[in-house]
Design a binder for this molecule. Structure first.
Ligand code: MN
Ligand code: MN
Length: 361
């Protein structure tokens, strides 16, 4: 069943006939067409009994109509979008209108209320559930995004030097990726040296790369609409034994959780598998975030891999496994891979080795 047919089936089941999508990522997920309307308005209207309608800023109409096989309407900046929407839709009559509440700001909500008379119901939970299980095609795209993340990480490694700063290395990574046709990173690339990596809220800056310390890279790219996300922590020079021990502990936690993942276990149990390793060694207080998060077209999706989440892990779910140990003033380590749940385990999208890698400063 196509994604739009799934939406129609859901509307039928809920005895509604209109769904309104406003999140550009959801519109891309459902139709393959991506547009960031910025402060302008964009909506996809899906009907049970009519063809869908995409409503976009006028400057997007030609690109959208060339791509989509259903009607596209636009509005000029000087036009009132809500009045225009009312004139182009096949009908605005429905007792219930399903809309993505998590994405509706007050302007959009009030505007849509002038278009429709019915009661608004929340479509966000259904969309999140749909996006939770990835198709083979989606997993293939995520593999490619993971492969690019490996390349970006390698670019970071190639630029390690005591003469440069965190932001120098970030510039080299992003420049190199753009040269390979990647226009967007999944989030602001992080390169954190020494004590800055020991701060879980560390922000890259003009710190020179420290010698005999650990260096943390957290990055990902967007490729074909799908994101990747990975973290590696490497040694520059010869970090002391304590730092190397903390690294090994974090790696053991990460591998333990990865080995534990299979259909049928819960998200909380996956988190616990990693956390137990770190807690037993006495560093539980320094692992102060959840183990992982789902990802797909957004870099943070469901499932959340954390204590208290009893969601059952299923084949096709994609998420990160990223334990971290941050001891302020001493050492910071995080190791992260994202992967997909297979019939019997977990296959990661990122392949750069995880034994502690050493670089000359
Ligand atoms: Mn992550
Ligand atoms: Mn990350």
């Amino acid at each position: 069943m196509s994604k739009l047919s799934q939406i129609r089936a859901y509307l039928n089941q809920e005895e509604a006939n209109i769904a309104v999508f406003s999140d550009p990522v959801t519109v891309n997920y459902l139709t393959g067409f991506y547009c960031d309307p910025h402060e302008r308005q964009m909506f996809l209207f899906v009907y049970t009994d009519d063809v869908p309608v995409l409503f976009v800023p006028a400057l997007e109409v030609s690109r959208a109509s060339a791509f989509l096989d259903f009607p596209v309407f636009g509005y000029q900046d000087a036009e009132n979008p809500w009045k225009k929407i009312k004139t182009v839709l096949p009908t605005t009559e429905s007792k219930k209108i399903f809309a993505e509440f998590d994405n509706l700001n007050v302007t959009k909500f009030q505007g849509l209320q002038t278009v429709f008379d019915g009661r608004f119901e929340n479509l966000t939970p259904y969309v999140q559930r749909m996006r939770l299980i990835k198709s083979e095609d989606e997993i293939e795209k995520m593999m490619i995004a993971g492969n690019y993340a490996d390349k970006a990480m390698q670019l970071g490694f190639d630029n390690i030097s005591l003469d440069v700063t965190e932001t120098d290395i970030i510039a080299q990574i992003e420049f190199g990726m753009k040269r390979q046709g990647i226009s967007q990173m999944s989030f602001d690339t992080m390169v954190l040296t020494g004590n800055n990596a020991a701060n879980p809220h560390g922000i890259p800056g003009t710190n020179k790369i420290e010698n005999n310390a650990l260096l943390l890279f957290d990055l990902g790219v967007v490729s074909n609409g799908y994101t990747s996300d990975m973290t590696r922590t490497v040694a520059v020079g010869q970090p002391d034994q304590f730092k190397r021990d903390i690294y090994q502990l974090c790696l053991e936690a990460q591998l333990t959780a990865q080995d534990f993942i299979k259909p049928g276990v819960t998200a909380a149990e996956v988190d616990e598998a990693a956390r137990n390793v770190i807690e037993k060694a006495g560093y539980g207080d320094y692992f102060n975030h959840r183990l992982g998060h789902g990802l797909g077209m957004d870099v943070h999706e469901f499932p959340s891999i954390m204590a208290g989440n009893d969601m059952i892990i299923e084949e096709g779910m994609c998420f990160s496994v990223e334990p971290g140990i941050y001891i302020p003033g001493k050492v910071g380590v995080r190791i992260e891979d994202c992967g997909h749940v297979t019939k019997s385990g977990f296959e990661v999208f990122t392949k750069i080795p995880k034994e502690l890698l050493y670089f000359e400063g």
